[in-house]
Design a protein around this ligand. Structure first.
Ligand SMILES: [Zn+2]
Length: 440
């Protein structure tokens, strides 16, 4: 071989090595069709990891040395009012949240909403997590794989793999299933003060008969547009965490009692959750019920028993209180109100009773208002307004919607071999050049 030929071969070898190295660097940062996003820019590092993998492909790693809310997401075209289920595998190392919040960690979420999967913290091996959500009025959603959350920032490392999305079929019935968790005891410390509240036997029997009345009221006041069936679970393990809110004071957030309710919820596909407990008036800012919250998309309300000795709030009495189920109904209606707003319906606010001439009546409370609200019979000029009857069909997305699901294979696309990878590089380059011209 001539000297010239040898030099040529060496040059080619160098070129190949150079391209391979470039390709490796590129692959180490390639997040396919995902967009990277951070609350505090430049805090987290996003890499593809060939060491920690669940299958033969490099996993997607987010590393946050400092507290941050970081995610990579894909914009997905969805059909309106349709249930979707997103799953992935996740592994974590030393994940912790800034304020020890249970709802933050490694998770799947829909950007800009409260929809999310379970949040994984600490150091854990590969496990599957899932997020179920309804697209409501949206046609595009950003589905993200996230280290952090809307409740709190996180630090640590998280690896994600095996992304999958399924489209389900929604339920069309108007039979609502409620889970009512009666917590016997609340025992916690707030600002150095010990709080201990236990329900009496009378409290429990009052609540049980109030729940029965609620089932009946939901059906009657809606003009038979829905039915309500309630399962009651008595919980002996105390509530030991309260969450503070500037506007409402202390309350029981869904993520703080998740371990006590998750099994019942997972096995029954409930449409709404009531958490019932006793807490003194001085710990809250003037509320007996608190609603509009959700537990993985399922409506979630607090029902509070006061610590006062004589209290007729949840006790039927023909002279004092003929509508003891009012708090339950009110909080449930907040969830329906929230749902219709999320579907972009124009409806009167649940608290606007006085604006339409409805007053709190002795022994009957706001029963007339709720009746007209639920049946859309509130007079507003020459129109009748209230909840649109469609709301009784807008139940939350749930596991049983996915018995016959459709896998959306083109979403979260990952190249399967070297040829697809090269094709994708050209595809992206073409797109970027196209975007360059669009900007000019
Ligand atoms: Zn309210």
């Amino acid at each position: 071989m001539s000297k010239k030929r040898i030099i040529e071969i060496i040059e080619i070898i160098f070129l190949v090595v150079f391209v391979v190295v470039l390709f490796k660097i590129y692959k180490g940062k390639d997040f396919n069709n995902f967009t990277l996003s951070e609350k505090n820019m430049g805090t987290s590092v996003f890499t593809r990891d060939n060491e920690q993998k669940y299958n033969n492909k490099a996993s997607y790693n987010i590393e946050s040395p400092d507290y941050n809310d970081a995610m990579f997401y894909e914009s997905i075209q969805v059909k309106k009012d349709t249930p979707y289920k997103v799953t992935c595998m996740v592994k974590t190392a030393d994940v912790e949240s800034k304020n020890k919040s249970d709802g933050s960690g490694a998770q799947i979420s829909v950007e800009g909403t409260t929809d999310r999967s379970m949040a994984i913290s600490g150091t854990t091996d590969w496990q599957q997590i899932e997020m179920i959500f309804n697209s409501k009025n949206k046609e595009t959603v950003n589905v993200g794989f996230r280290l952090g959350g809307y409740v709190d920032d996180c630090k640590g490392k998280a690896w994600f793999s095996d992304f999958k999305i399924e489209e389900g079929k929604k339920e069309e019935n108007t039979e609502w299933k409620f889970a009512c968790f009666i917590f016997n005891t609340l025992s916690t410390t707030v600002n150095g003060e010990n709080l201990n509240y236990t329900l009496s036997n009378t409290d429990i029997s009052d609540i049980q008969s109030t729940i029965k009345r609620f089932e009946n009221a939901a059906k009657t006041l809606s003009g038979d547009k829905m039915t309500a069936s309630c399962d009651i679970y008595k919980k002996d393990t105390p509530i030991n965490t309260l969450t503070y809110d500037e506007e409402y004071g202390y309350y029981v957030a869904p993520e703080t009692i998740e371990n006590q309710i998750k099994d019942e919820i997972a096995s029954h596909d409930y449409d709404h959750i009531f958490i019932i407990f006793k807490l003194d008036d001085k710990e809250v800012k003037d509320w007996v019920g608190l609603g509009s919250m959700d537990y993985y998309g399922v409506g979630y309300s607090n029902i509070r028993l006061s610590n006062k000795a004589r209290n007729y709030l949840y006790k039927y009495d023909s002279r004092i209180n003929r509508f003891p189920e009012e708090v339950f109904l009110h909080e449930f209606l907040h969830s329906l109100e929230r749902t219709l707003k999320e579907y972009d319906y124009e409806i009167p606010a649940l608290h606007d009773n006085e604006k339409y001439g409805y007053k709190n009546e002795l022994a009957e409370g706001l029963k007339a208002w709720y009746t007209d609200y639920m049946t859309s019979n509130i007079k507003a000029g020459d129109k009748l307004i209230g909840l649109d009857p469609i709301v009784y069909k807008l139940k939350p997305a749930k596991e049983s919607n996915f018995i016959e699901s459709q896998n959306l294979g083109n979403v979260f696309y990952e190249p399967q071999n070297i040829f697809q990878e090269i094709a994708q590089i050209f595809e992206k380059a073409k797109r970027n050049i196209g975007n360059m011209f669009k900007h000019n």
